[in-house]
Write a protein that binds this ligand. Structure first.
Ligand code: ZN
Length: 196
């Protein structure tokens, strides 16, 4: 993390630890994490890195250079320019802000209203009206840069463990953005029946 604002801390407390991502150096899967948001991640080849530097499967497969507008090079390593990324997503109407109550982890004080950034997922999954917190900033923004809204849908489908609506699946297939990883996912109906 380049900044340590209150908002940054909130976003990090919401990190979904089920999506570990890939090594920014060699692009193989993360195999070990410290159970704390600021701890080290370790890949199968033994590289260690911070969570903010881990990359998604799409980045791991990508041969494109990182866009310097959104990624800052410090000592040969890429770090996300989070403010530029948030500005981009808000400007593209992919993200919106709302407020939530927030318990500060350092002093346990409750802040009645803190700004949180959400990704709009209306008409993507069932139920149709839906949104999700941005909880994995670097991966999210790189996904968005690479594949637009389909990248965001992929991220959330893998995180949730089920497919988006059929219409969305068909559209992604037509755009060649439907991946083998997504193909393995159950439908929302199958998923919800399997957990009840
Ligand atoms: Zn590695």
């Amino acid at each position: 993390m380049l900044t340590n604002t209150t908002n940054t801390v909130i976003l990090y407390t919401m990190i979904n630890k089920t999506v570990y991502g890939y090594c920014p150096i060699c692009h193989v899967e993360c195999v070990d994490i410290d159970r704390n948001p600021f701890g080290d991640y370790t890949c199968a080849n033994g590289h260690t890195y911070k969570y903010s530097a881990s990359v998604s499967s799409l980045i791991a497969k990508s041969t494109e250079p990182f866009n310097p507008k959104y990624w800052i090079n410090i000592d040969g390593k890429q770090f996300p320019n989070e403010e530029a990324m948030v500005a981009h997503l808000l400007n593209e109407d992919a993200a919106f802000v709302n407020t939530r109550k927030y318990v500060c982890p350092t002093n346990n004080k409750v802040q009645p209203s803190t700004i949180v950034v959400f990704i709009g997922l209306n008409d993507i999954f069932a139920p149709a009206a839906d949104a999700d917190e941005i909880n994995n900033l670097p991966n999210m923004f790189r996904l968005y840069e690479l594949k637009g809204h389909d990248g965001i849908i992929e991220h959330y489908a893998l995180k949730r463990g089920y497919r988006p609506q059929n219409r969305v699946v068909e559209n992604m297939k037509n755009r060649n953005n439907w991946t083998p990883e997504l193909e393995k996912l159950p439908t929302a109906k199958e998923y919800h029946e399997s957990i009840t």
